[in-house]
Write a protein that binds this ligand. Structure first.
Ligand SMILES: CC(C)(COP(=O)(O)OP(=O)(O)OC[C@H]1O[C@@H](n2cnc3c(N)ncnc32)[C@H](O)[C@@H]1OP(=O)(O)O)[C@@H](O)C(=O)NCCC(=O)NCCS
Length: 156
């Protein structure tokens, strides 16, 4: 069940994020994946309190954080805990965020993903995202970041 998340959900979101990004280790390291780091509770609390913040959480183990600015929505992070993957949760969170973005007047949704992150790239391609830019050697492991965008329904 997807719920809107506010600053009060920061601890729960950080707990999911570390499971998704560094399942075997503590918050001081991030060897779980090489192109991203888990965000701590304080980081979520700050982001969720900013104007335009859109936080979504599924207590089963998924979260999405986006920011809506003018006519553009940006997905800042999307994470599903390992035990909750391949059940459609990531897709549902993304679809929910896209609906909320449309309702808030956004025309486009953008995000960054590591070129080496095949699961996330497949999810985004299936949701209609296309590559609009590339940041070379962007992540700590020197992998490129792809900038992906999708037009939202109602965009001219
Ligand atoms: C990427 C991530 C959010 C996907 O979450 P999920 O809940 O497992 O995704 P879903 O079950 O909704 O899958 C939706 C579609 O994405 C694609 N997909 C998801 N995981 C995949 C995988 N491991 N391999 C290939 N395709 C995959 C498939 O097309 C899938 O549809 P299908 O199951 O009908 O084939 C999750 O793997 C994750 O948290 N990864 C670590 C953090 C991360 O990469 N975040 C995104 C950073 S930009």
């Amino acid at each position: 069940m997807i719920l809107r998340a506010g600053p009060a959900h920061a601890a729960a979101m950080a707990a999911i994020h570390i499971r998704a990004f560094a399942p075997d280790i503590g918050p001081e390291a991030s060897e779980g994946v090489t192109w991203g780091k888990p965000w701590g509770e304080a980081a979520f609390a700050v982001q969720l309190g900013l104007p335009g913040a859109l936080g979504l959480i599924d207590p089963a183990g998924g979260l999405l954080l986006a920011r809506l600015v003018a006519e553009e929505a940006e997905v800042l992070t999307l994470a599903v805990a390992p035990e909750a993957r391949r059940l459609g949760l990531g897709r549902a969170l993304l679809q929910w965020a896209m609906v909320e973005a449309v309702q808030a007047g956004a025309k486009r949704i953008v995000l960054e993903v590591a070129a080496t992150n095949a699961p996330a790239r497949a999810l985004y391609t299936g949701a209609g995202f296309r590559e609009v830019g590339r940041r070379r050697a962007y992540y700590a492991d020197r992998s490129d970041a792809l900038v992906l965008a999708a037009a939202l329904p109602g965009a001219g």
